[in-house]
Design a protein around this ligand. Structure first.
Ligand code: GN1
Ligand code: MG
Length: 363
């Protein structure tokens, strides 16, 4: 194993000589290793095997990541920032001239420079949510001007009309014979479908535009320095052009739910307004530079849309016989869909408060 990884690392233009290679972190999608170099003045590195069954277009994936990291670095230089190597990820070129290689077993690998003295946090609190809002908003602001250089690694990822069509198709086919059992949920969902497709209509009418989003806005996808200041946003695999709803909506969907997204304790579900306030304040602070007034006014809609869209996606997979998300028991996807539906109803209850808060922050 070690030799094999060594050979892979040595296909990249790293500084220093390879010492220890150890597994790093707890990512579920890519395999990640820390590569220590022997020389004290050479940086350490992060080696990752790219999961090409999820990210089938590795060329496009790495193209997006290169564009984004190069662009952010250039901006930081122009702004006269110090400590730039810790404020943006650096991907290392391989001898083939690309930022990735394909090994003898058709596996893809890439290497970035390890950011020293940095930590991630796992805990969602108002404080970490405020930092996340600021960090993800700033990230989007930094790359708002290069949207046309990036491609969609998962086309129409957060397109509600596409998710609607997929659900309708699944109902029509009823492949797993489960439609009869979910009629009430389908009826409930249908009542809000037009309202929830609002942004796609506005997009078609030219009133909304796509811009580069992170599309995996979890609290542990940013790095902090030892004083608790945010250094940079990480995990750039899903970075792609999308509607403004993506980063804002998905953070709140995961962070503001009082229970896990697959818990069946629906009566314990609430939409945490303390998280909403903190995240929104941080997000607007850094994202208001590029969001349009229409987009800002629709932030509460984005908070409602994400649990709704996720309910539709989980239900779609349940009706299709569970091919997309891993299930531990037969009703797992149905429980997830119901959970997200309940969360959606909670966001609806808080709609007026959300709108009022967004207006206040803008003042
Ligand atoms: C998937 O597995 P994870 O948490 O990275 C999905 C997200 C969903 C999420 C729901 C590429 O993300 O869109 O919101 O599950 N990612 C993809 O748990 O479909
Ligand atoms: Mg991830």
């Amino acid at each position: 194993m070690k030799n094999n990884l060594n050979d892979i690392v040595n296909q990249f233009d790293i500084q220093g000589t390879v010492g220890e290679i150890k597994p790093l972190g707890n990512g579920l999608i890519n395999d990640t290793y820390k590569v220590s170099t022997r020389e004290p003045d050479a940086p350490d590195y992060v080696l990752q095997r790219i999961n090409d069954s999820i990210f089938t277009n590795v060329e496009l994936l790495q193209h997006n990541i290169e564009e984004v990291t190069t662009h952010i670095r250039q901006k930081l230089v122009e702004e006269g920032e110090d400590d730039i190597d810790r404020k943006v990820l650096t991907f290392v070129k391989a001898h083939n001239g690309k930022t990735y290689i394909k090994d003898g077993q058709n596996q893809y690998w890439r290497i970035s420079v390890f950011i020293p003295h940095a930590v991630t946090v796992e805990k969602v609190t108002p404080v970490s949510s405020y930092s996340a809002g600021k960090a993800f908003g700033k990230f989007e602001a930094q790359v708002a001007d290069i949207t046309d250089r990036l491609g969609e690694t998962i086309p129409d990822f957060h397109n509600m009309e596409l998710r609607r069509d997929q659900l309708q198709q699944a109902v029509k086919e009823d492949r797993a014979g489960r439609v009869e059992g979910v009629k009430p949920l389908l009826t409930n969902i249908a009542q809000y479908m037009d309202e929830m497709c609002l942004c796609q209509r506005l997009f078609r009418e030219g009133k909304l535009q796509k811009h580069v989003c992170h599309c995996d806005t979890k609290v542990n996808n940013m790095m902090f320095d030892e004083e608790g200041g945010v250094l940079c946003v990480i995990d750039l695999d899903t970075v792609m052009p999308s509607l403004f709803v993506s980063d804002y909506g998905d953070f709140l969907r995961t962070a503001a739910n009082t229970i896990a997204e697959d818990s069946p304790e629906f009566d314990k579900i609430d939409f945490r307004m303390d998280i909403f306030y903190a995240f929104t304040r941080g997000y607007i602070m850094s994202a208001s530079s590029f969001l349009s007034p229409l987009e800002i006014s629709l932030l509460p809609h984005a908070a409602e849309l994400f649990p709704y869209m996720q309910a539709v996606r989980f239900l779609w997979d349940y009706l299709n016989g569970d091919h997309y998300w891993k299930c531990n028991y037969p009703e797992h996807n149905l429980v997830r869909a119901q959970n997200q539906w309940h969360l959606f109803l909670k966001t609806k209850e808080h709609e007026a408060e959300m709108k009022q808060f967004v207006e206040e922050v803008l003042k």
